[in-house]
Design a protein around this ligand. Structure first.
Ligand code: ADP
Length: 725
């Protein structure tokens, strides 16, 4: 019997599916890895990515056939490698990673633009002056009616009349975005010696090719951005087709960087994040895969763009927790950036003034090149940091600023300089309770206290977004006007500042006052323009921004972050307060920072005051090592949730009973999650700790394969968790 040759393709469908499905490749269709195809799935045709095409003989099951190849760009081979790798690393469905990679393609095309142009040699029956002006202004071009009327200095009715008469016609022009090539010689900076050395090291690595990771470790304002932009320029000089990706932790930071890149390279880079309109995202996606776009500035999801010649990746503010996506597809943008660079054979630069312990550890082990910038550029110096012991000078009841801080605020204001008061708490008051019965206002379906927002008059759950009007009577005991606001949020501190300094112009900077990129930009601009004297801000303002006239940073509650006992509490507090205090004294005026604390003897605060990052890192790494915790060991969390509490219990029990044998690895839990109820769903957690050389993902895969999870229970795996809630 003659063996029948069949062509088979494995196709990854962008859905939460665990694996690629096999399809027969019919005669006349040729597919290779990365091609996009339409395949039948149930009753529907779905888009999918070919991950493998092969010939087999005598298959014993009948496969469904690929319907047709879709005429969209093929995904570059290494983009597919990355998608598959990311799926394996995070234990998420590879189909979901594929969906992220195709996101830009699935956005609508920009609407074609309606323009007018001349119809042949047609002339108007009545050539008035206005009509002649229109025809002269137009010439042989096609422009929009509005532009034409403006150019000719006539009303749009004149243009319309010519269209009606058949002298002009309307044509639809496909909007093709031009991404003008960056010019590396447009406006080079004059780098100082340290900056030039760092730029050189990065640029050389890019030119050499191959995977090369760097830590660019430099205090705020030392010129890290200058250095990596110079390296990007070198990369472009060596290879004008080179692609460069710069990731930022927050959309609010992109505008300033885009302006700097435009000034440096003469043309704007492409922008990629959730705030970019979908049709524009589609243009960026298509330009990236066609190699028509060199520099992309974006959020972590830009990692999934189909680059064809990615030579340099930069993760700016690499320590920032916002790079970790905690919901839906769970991944860490920084870790995936390093992986993408490895797969692409590219250079990756992790830049920070307060690098994560993971990255510092890799640098110390020699895995990453370590580039340091230790001085601020020009005359700027780091601010003088002092601790204000609240035990010696407590604020008055129901106020939050101590006398010494108030005094310095007043002096700064009197000198016409700006101050920033930092408190990482949104809203007016974190807790609202009844002074009669002690009832605390909580969310109805979630284990969290409601936060009072005065600007909107509402009580808000920051976890789920649930909100309600602040009631007049206590919902528990019915007492009237008995609810009191406990503790400060940024709105309350601003209220205090306004009472203390009625002449000062104040503002609040938090995700509530700047819900989108535009409002954030406006606020940053008015701060830079000196229209605000005292800014009260959450971490939204702690990073990246450059406020030349800001000379005082007051930290309202330096102990805040230290109280939560999770793995990175100390590290995060150190980073956040370094960033916040680093906002002061960026230009030629010296800055100072005052940290209010009840525990001035805390090692984190002492290290901050002494400006001794190394001491902090040393102590913290030693502590992590003692517990074999990251970066010395690895963690993974499994989170179960369901509206049905028994179903969660059952899966948790099954998991506990089916732990595979493994050495140098422990499983903790199952236990109720600290947030045991969210949106009416019961939550349980398990935590796995493993030594670094253990195949943690392999262990997790083997374990999860043993347990059946019913549809009513959601199970998510969080490799290297940052949130322990
Ligand atoms: P970082 O990224 O380390 O915070 P930046 O690159 O943003 O530092 O530099 C801080 C400020 O100093 C910016 O306003 C920048 O334009 C300026 N600056 C840094 N280096 C130079 C340089 N070599 N020449 C001119 N200005 C510089």
């Amino acid at each position: 019997m003659g063996e029948e040759q069949v062509k088979v393709a494995s196709v990854l469908i962008p859905l939460p599916v665990r694996e690629a499905f096999d399809y027969e490749v019919p005669e006349g269709i040729d597919v290779v890895r990365g091609d996009q195809v339409a395949v039948p799935l149930g009753p529907r045709l779905m888009r999918g990515i070919v991950v493998e095409a092969r010939e087999t003989t005598g298959s014993n099951r009948r496969l469904k056939a690929i319907d047709h190849r879709i005429d969209d760009p093929r995904l570059p081979e290494r983009t597919v490698d990355f998608v598959e790798w990311a799926g394996r690393w995070t234990l998420s469905a590879p189909g979901e990673m594929a969906a992220t990679a195709l996101k830009g393609l699935r956005a609508p095309r920009p609407r074609p633009e309606r323009r007018v142009r001349r119809v042949g040699e047609a002339v108007p029956a009545r050539p008035t002056a206005a009509r002649t002006a229109v025809l002269e202004a137009l010439g042989q071009r096609a422009v929009t009616g509005a532009d034409l009327a403006r150019a000719a200095g006539v009303s749009s009715g004149v243009v319309k009349g010519l269209v009606d008469e058949g002298v002009l016609e309307i044509v639809e022009i496909e909007a093709v975005a031009a991404f003008d090539a960056p010019d590396p010689d447009h406006a080079p900076s004059d780098l100082n010696a340290d900056q030039a050395a760092a730029a050189q090291a990065i640029g050389d690595a890019v030119t050499r090719g191959g995977f090369a990771p760097f830590l660019l470790d430099g205090i705020t304002g030392s010129g890290k951005t200058e250095a990596y932009l110079e390296a990007a320029a070198q990369a472009l000089k060596a290879d004008p087709t080179a692609q460069i990706l710069i990731l930022l932790p927050e959309i609010a930071l992109t505008q300033a960087l885009i302006e700097r890149i435009t000034a440096r390279f003469g043309n704007a880079p492409a922008e990629w994040h959730s705030g970019v309109a979908p049709p524009r995202r589609r243009q960026v996606w298509e330009a990236v895969v066609a190699g028509r776009c060199n520099i992309v500035v974006g959020a972590r999801s830009a990692l999934f763009l189909p680059f064809v010649n990615l030579r340099l990746l930069v993760v700016d503010e690499e320590h920032d927790g916002s790079f970790k996506q905690d919901e839906g597809l769970i991944y860490h943008g920084r870790d995936l950036a390093v992986a993408r660079a490895r797969i692409e054979g590219a250079t990756v630069v992790l830049a920070s003034a307060t690098p994560s312990l993971e990255t510092l550890w890799n640098a110390r082990q020699g895995r990453y090149g370590w580039l340091r910038l230790e001085r601020r550029h020009g005359a700027a110096v780091l601010p003088d940091i002092a601790l204000l012991d609240l035990r010696a000078a407590p604020p008055d009841p129901q106020t939050w600023l101590s006398a010494p801080l108030r005094e310095v605020l007043g002096e700064t204001f009197a000198r016409g300089e700006q101050s920033l008061l930092f408190l990482n708490r949104r809203g007016y008051a974190p807790v609202v309770l009844c002074r009669v019965c002690g009832h605390r206002m909580t969310a109805p379906d979630t284990d969290s206290w409601l936060v009072e927002h005065r600007y909107t008059g509402r009580l808000v759950c920051h976890l789920t977004g649930f909100s309600m009007m602040r009631p007049r009577t206590c919902p528990s005991c019915g007492a009237e006007d008995s609810l009191v606001s406990v503790g400060p949020g940024v709105e309350r501190v601003e209220e205090e500042v306004r009472q203390l300094f009625p002449q000062a112009r104040t503002a609040v900077f938090s995700s509530d006052t700047t819900p989108d990129a535009r409002s954030a930009r406006a606020l940053i601009q008015s701060m830079q323009d000196g229209q605000i004297d005292i800014l009260v801000a959450t971490q939204a303002a702690a990073k990246g921004h450059n406020f030349p006239n800001l000379t005082l940073v007051g930290v309202v509650d330096a102990d805040l972050g230290l109280r939560g006992g999770d793995l990175r509490a100390a590290e995060r507090t150190f980073q956040l307060l370094s960033q916040a205090t680093g906002r002061a004294g960026r230009a030629d005026k010296p800055g100072r920072a005052l940290l209010q604390t009840w525990t001035p003897e805390h090692p984190v605060l002492m290290a901050l005051a002494a400006g001794d990052r190394d001491a902090f890192v040393e102590a913290e790494l030693a502590e992590r090592e003692a517990g074999s915790l990251p970066p010395h060991g690895r963690l993974a969390a499994i989170i179960l949730s369901s509206e049905n509490p028994q179903a969660v219990e059952k899966v948790a029990r099954d998991l506990a009973e089916n732990i595979p044998n493994a050495e140098r690895l422990e499983v903790y839990g199952p236990a109720d999650a600290p947030l045991a109820l969210v949106r009416g769903r019961r939550r349980k957690r398990l935590l796995v700790r493993a030594d670094r050389d253990v195949d943690l993902q392999g262990f997790l895969r083997a374990w999860l394969a043993r347990v059946k999870v019913p549809g009513s229970v959601r199970l998510s795996v969080d490799v290297d968790p940052y949130s322990f809630l």
